[in-house]
Design a protein around this ligand. Structure first.
Ligand code: ITT
Length: 193
């Protein structure tokens, strides 16, 4: 029987990607946290916020939990919006418009997506924490309809495509999320072998 782990998120895109990346690689079924899951993300690093989300989900569900804290870090914006990526503006499109406007006259387009995943047991003890990064450039105009968030303005290094131009399958081969998650999967394979 598959082990159940709570995936500490309220972002349905993250869950979709997680399920596609995990497939049958480990003997785990990910479920969403119970109603009332509302962690305070007041840490100053991806690591701290990821841990807070995982611990809160474990606390209210009394089950092991996995959390994903992620964001887009732009070199010319001193690493912003970074941990504030989800709150940078009201909607996904407004966040894209705001970032493109802030970057309008900037020729340094270097950026990276970061994802930190934290797995805790039901008491909140850290079992594994992993970081994945995906490096690229901020586009001048948005392109693509796949993915979510900042994907339409993030050109993946080594390609001329934005993350939103890639298929779900291709994004999941190179994304910050899959790079973090592959390390967690290796851990889960040993834990629940
Ligand atoms: P949870 O905290 O409930 O998991 P959230 O969306 O608020 O959901 P974060 O606090 O980790 O998650 O913020 C992540 C934000 O960074 C997300 O809302 C997007 O704007 C952006 N982001 C993260 N991963 C991304 C990806 O793969 N593609 C595009 N944007 C991404």
């Amino acid at each position: 029987m598959k082990k159940k782990i709570v995936f500490a998120t309220s972002n349905p895109h993250k869950l979709e990607e997680l399920k596609a990346i995990c497939e049958d690689k480990c003997n785990v079924e990910f479920i969403l946290p119970p109603a009332g899951f509302d962690p305070v993300e007041d840490g100053v690093t991806f690591e701290a916020n990821s841990l807070k989300k995982a611990r809160e989900a474990a606390r209210i569900s009394d089950m092991p939990a996995l959390a994903d804290d992620s964001g887009l870090c732009v070199e010319a914006l001193d690493g912003g919006p970074g941990i504030h990526s989800a709150r940078y503006a009201e909607t996904a499109q407004k966040r894209i418009d705001k970032l493109l406007a802030e970057m309008k006259y900037n020729t340094n387009r270097r950026a990276k997506f970061v994802c930190v995943m934290t797995l805790v047991d039901k008491q909140g003890k850290v079992l594994c924490q992993a970081r994945g990064e995906c490096h690229g450039q901020i586009a001048y105009v948005q392109s693509g309809i796949n993915g979510f968030g900042y994907d339409p303005i993030f050109i993946v290094n080594g390609t001329d495509k934005t993350m939103a131009d890639l298929s779900e399958e291709d994004k999941n081969k190179i994304s910050h999320r899959s790079r973090a998650l592959e390390q967690i999967i290796d851990y889960l394979k040993v834990l629940y072998r």
